[in-house]
Design a protein around this ligand. Structure first.
Ligand SMILES: C[S@@+](CC[C@H](N)C(=O)[O-])C[C@H]1O[C@@H](n2cnc3c(N)ncnc32)[C@H](O)[C@@H]1O
Length: 199
């Protein structure tokens, strides 16, 4: 049975292919500027939660020429028998030829199982449940280098963007990160909290 979003998603995909729609994102302009700014000089960047690849493209464009970007998302199959979001994000991410980008079609908790590389920048924008956000922070955070950054999307309310108090990433920052001496909250930009790993 088709989901109620199927016609909208299909139309969006066709419109995207013909240049009538842009790829969609929940990020603000200031958040995208932050991603671009912080990607510079990082060699290994991981994004959890890709959707249509808007933030991935910003990261890829800005990172160093010898950097690697890993884009982790399960990209669930939709009504068309494939993932519209994966098809769009592939095209988005390949609009830049900078460095190397890898699509990792897995849940973040599956992908971390085989992970070995030290990470310079981790952008968390996947599982927004409290349990999922805590798990991603703990499991992926182990691989972030000392001095490396973890950007937690949808974790802070600002004039521009209101985030409900029960939102998982917000609770992660307020209930876990704030009390962990291995981390320091560096700043907030709209709904993103920038967290530095201290040790
Ligand atoms: C808010 S969107 C990401 C938006 C994207 N970062 C951007 O700024 O344009 C959330 C994405 O997370 C993905 N997602 C949900 N649970 C996930 C998980 N456990 N691991 C990885 N990705 C997940 C969803 O499939 C969805 O594409």
């Amino acid at each position: 049975m088709l989901s109620s979003h199927a016609p909208v998603n299909t139309l969006h995909y066709l419109r995207y292919l013909f240049g009538a729609d842009n790829a969609r994102s929940q990020t603000t302009e200031a958040e995208r500027a932050l991603l671009g700014h912080l990607a510079v000089g990082r060699k290994v960047i991981v994004e959890l939660g890709v959707f249509e690849g808007v933030s991935s493209l910003v990261l890829r464009d800005a990172m160093d020429r010898d950097a690697e970007l890993y884009c982790v998302d399960p990209f669930p199959v939709g009504a068309l028998g494939f993932s519209v979001q994966m098809a769009i994000s592939k095209k988005q991410i390949n609009r830049s030829r900078n460095g190397r980008a890898h699509m990792v079609r897995m849940q973040s908790n599956e992908a971390v199982g085989g992970w070995t590389l030290p990470i310079d920048l981790l952008f968390m924008d996947g599982d927004h449940s409290f349990e999922g956000a805590c798990r991603d922070f703990r499991d992926w955070g182990c691989f972030v280098r000392t001095g490396g950054l973890i950007l937690v999307h949808t974790s802070h309310s600002s004039d521009v963007k209101s985030v409900p108090d029960n939102c998982g990433p917000k609770r992660l920052v307020e209930e876990v990160v704030a009390f962990d001496k291995s981390f320091r909250v560096d700043r907030y930009v709209d709904s993103i909290t920038v967290v530095e790993k201290l040790r």
